[in-house]
Each structure stands twice: as C-alpha cells, then as structure tokens.
Design a protein around this ligand. Structure first.
Ligand code: DWN
Length: 404
C-alpha cells in the first residue's frame, strides 16, 4: 500500500470490512448496493492517516446528496462566527471562495454582508438550495483547472474557506496547486476538519468512512502543503463534530506562525501522532468497542427491548456495518432530514422516520449516533422525552443514560 500523497509504503491499521457508501440511503431494500473494502493505513513519512480504497467521487457526491449543513442550528451559528473571525478586512476588491459550500450555511454571511463570493460544491441538490437563498454557487469538483477558471473570471481570492471538505478530496497535490494559484499573495486559506487527535482520544472510529479519505493532524497538513509553498500559520481547536481542528494557511513567508500552533504541533509529537504504534493501539481499541456494542445491543434485544437510532449520520454506516448490526436489532432511525426519511440505511437496512413519527412509537432505548450534536439534541429532547426512554451513548464511551 502506497501513501496517496508521497507514494512511500504505509502500514495497514484498520480493516472494517465490506462497506457501502455512507450516504447511500436506499428507497427499496432490493436496490443494488455498491460496496468497497474500508481499510485504513498510516504513512510514517508524511504522517497522513488515510483510507486505502475509496469509491469514485461521483458515487459519493451527486445530485441526491442527503446531507444539508443547516440541519444543525449550532453548526449554522458556528459558521457565522467562523466568517466574522476570518472575513477580509474590507469589502472593496475582495473575493471569498468556499470549497464544499453545501447549502451555503457559511457563505450566507458573505452574501448578507455584501462580499463578492463563490461557493463550489459537486452535489447539485445542495447547490440549488444555496442558490435559492441568493448565494453564488457552482456545481463542480474543486480542482487546479477549476481554480484557474475561477481566477480568470473573478480574480484572486482573498479568502478560501472549507469546512469538513478538504479531507474529502483524494488528490491533495491537485488541490494544493489550485489553492496556490487562486489565493491572493496576502490571502488566507482556512479550513477545518474532524481532528485526528480527537478521533484517537475518543476512539471515534465512526469518523472513518468513504468520504473521509484522510483524517488530518497539524503535522500532516504542514507537510502536505509545504511542498507547494503554502505554510501552516495557525491551529485552532474546535469542539464541533466531536473535536475538530481549524488550519490557517498562507503563502510561505507572509505570516508569522502562532505560538499556539507550535504548542499543538509539539503536543501531537508527544501524543505519538507521528508513530505507527499509536495507530495500531487505536485499531485494537476499535475491535474492543465493536465487541462491547454488540454484546450490549444483542443482550437488550434478547430481553425484548425495543431499540432505535437517533441521527442517521454518515458515521453510523461505519458502526453498523463494521459491528454487523441491522434491522433485527434497531427498529428505526429518527432523523430530521426529509431527504433521508422514508429510506433505508445503507447496508443495515433500517428505516428512517421523522421525529414526529418516532414520537408515536417511542422505543425503550435511543442510541445517539449523532453524538457530535449531543448538546443541541439534548437541549431539545431532554424535557420532551418520557422517562421510559433511555439513551445509549456510544462515543466517547459506551454507556446507558436514563432520560430523566
Ligand atoms: O464531513 C461531513 C460531515 C460534516 O457531515 C460529511 N462527510 C457528511 C456529514 O457527516 P454526518 O452525516 O456524520 O454528519 P452529522 O452532522 O453528524 O449528521 C447529523 C444527522 O443527524 C443528520 O442526518 C441530521 C440529524 N439530526 C437530527 O435528526 N436532529 C441532527 C440534529 C442536530 C438534530 O437535532
């Protein structure tokens, strides 16, 4: 196995088995389901933690992509603060680009404040949603070629933003060349992603699925972009998505790196994020988590308890298929996304229903698969859910919590 980035040989870390595309919700159970082998590896040369194979990008991102950023109000607030912190100092002659702009939850601020902006996203349906809100968006995969086209039409970008997207792009060389070309000399490229350090700490192996080709650390991001004269100048930890990292990058030599960044890079070395042993330990922990979850759920089912899932996340596809848990154990998923309701979860064949429908047939246990939104969900549910319903937390630790 060669590293996707530097082509050196990598070490196999996880084998999660045969896996469907995480967001391939099905209308009918008998529809063909594409599967691939979900395995991870670690490159000791550029510190990249990566999946070995992935489906074609068109199989993951298309006109029926069912994830809309605005389903979480906390995320919409988070992106509003993100924009305020990093917007260009002046509206005059500035241009803001977002890669993977989804339904425009971040760029809506640029639009409202009158900044020249452009969102790029390969999924037609989310792009249409953004456009219907007046946000300039195009349906394309970001690439060096597209970066050149954007530059010749709109000029250089003073800010290039991306949230939970850079790790979706298989060819980081092409991406880095595109950023290098499009970014103005005094511009900033700011992106955030689920953080490798948090995943290892929480054993949140559900962050690993087809769309997440990489789980980044400061060390890996620094190496990958340095080759193209893009310098990491700041790292900012975020609580979103169960622990994310914001990476701030500039053209080499234009910005002084922050002390916080140097502190986090040192911490990553002390945590062993550059050592294969750390990842092999993580793989052993994933196996333990698998056994614990199966034991708990099969035990409850044997007692005749009714179990449902809360939040039909991409992450839950990894857990259910790896742990081999399906509709014999989980009766339904409750999810607020209309595009997922009425469909079945990929591979585990569990029907997805609305919150209102779930209220009519409450289970004994709700497993919180959208654990990264626990605060928002509990704020809403805690005084509505009867005490007869208990919650099962899976990350960072498997535990049963009563709802009262
Ligand atoms: O990187 C990615 C992240 C940002 O979003 C993508 N690759 C795809 C997606 O991953 P995910 O599906 O794991 O994301 P979420 O945000 O954990 O999904 C939450 C799910 O839970 C959505 O289907 C909406 C649903 N939900 C709900 O039913 N009630 C969410 C909230 C906040 C709620 O109150």
């Amino acid at each position: 196995m060669r590293c996707r980035h530097c082509s050196n040989s990598t070490v196999l870390i996880n084998d999660f088995g045969s896996m469907p595309v995480a967001n391939s919700f099905r209308n009918q159970l008998d529809e063909d389901l594409f599967r691939f082998d979900l395995k991870t590896s670690f490159c000791e040369f550029c510190n990249l933690f990566q999946i070995i194979d992935n489906p074609k990008v068109e199989q993951m991102f298309h006109d029926s992509y069912p994830f809309f950023t605005s389903t979480s109000k906390s995320m919409v607030n988070h992106f509003s603060k993100f924009f305020e912190e990093f917007k260009p100092p002046s509206k005059e002659d500035s241009f803001v680009v977002e890669i993977g702009s989804n339904d425009g939850s971040l760029l809506v601020q640029a639009k409202n404040q009158g900044f020249h902006h452009l969102g790029v996203d390969p999924s037609g349906n989310v792009v249409e949603r953004a456009k219907s809100c007046g946000i300039n968006s195009i349906c394309e995969f970001f690439s060096e070629k597209l970066a050149k086209e954007i530059k010749s039409k709109h000029g250089e970008a003073n800010r290039i933003f991306a949230a939970n997207v850079i790790c979706h792009i298989p060819d980081l060389h092409d991406l880095a060349r595109g950023i290098k070309d499009l970014l103005a000399q005094d511009g900033l490229f700011v992106f955030e992603e689920p953080y490798l350090g948090s995943m290892l700490e929480k054993i949140s192996y559900d962050q690993i699925y087809d769309e997440h080709i990489y789980i980044f650390s400061g060390l890996s991001v620094q190496t990958v972009f340095a080759e193209y004269g893009l310098q990491l100048v700041d790292l900012q930890e975020q609580t979103t998505h169960g622990g994310s990292m914001r990476y701030v990058m500039a053209h080499q030599g234009t910005t002084t790196p922050s002390k916080e960044m140097l502190r986090i890079l040192d911490r990553e070395k002390n945590q062993g994020l550059n050592s294969v042993e750390t990842y092999l330990r993580f793989a052993r922990e994933c196996e333990k988590r698998r056994s614990q979850l199966r034991e708990l759920l099969f035990g409850l089912a044997a007692e005749g308890k009714r179990i449902a899932g809360y939040g039909a996340t991409s992450k839950s596809t990894t857990i259910l298929n790896y742990c081999n848990i399906g509709n014999e154990i989980i009766e339904y998923f409750c999810d607020t996304t209309p595009e997922k309701q009425g469909k079945f979860t990929p591979g585990s064949h569990i029907p997805v229903i609305s919150r209102e429908e779930a209220q009519e047939r409450l289970p004994d246990y709700f497993i919180l698969f959208a654990w990264n939104h626990a605060e928002e969900i509990m704020r809403y549910e805690s005084n509505k859910m009867p005490s007869s319903v208990a919650w099962i937390n899976i990350i960072p630790k498997l535990e049963i919590l009563s709802s009262s």
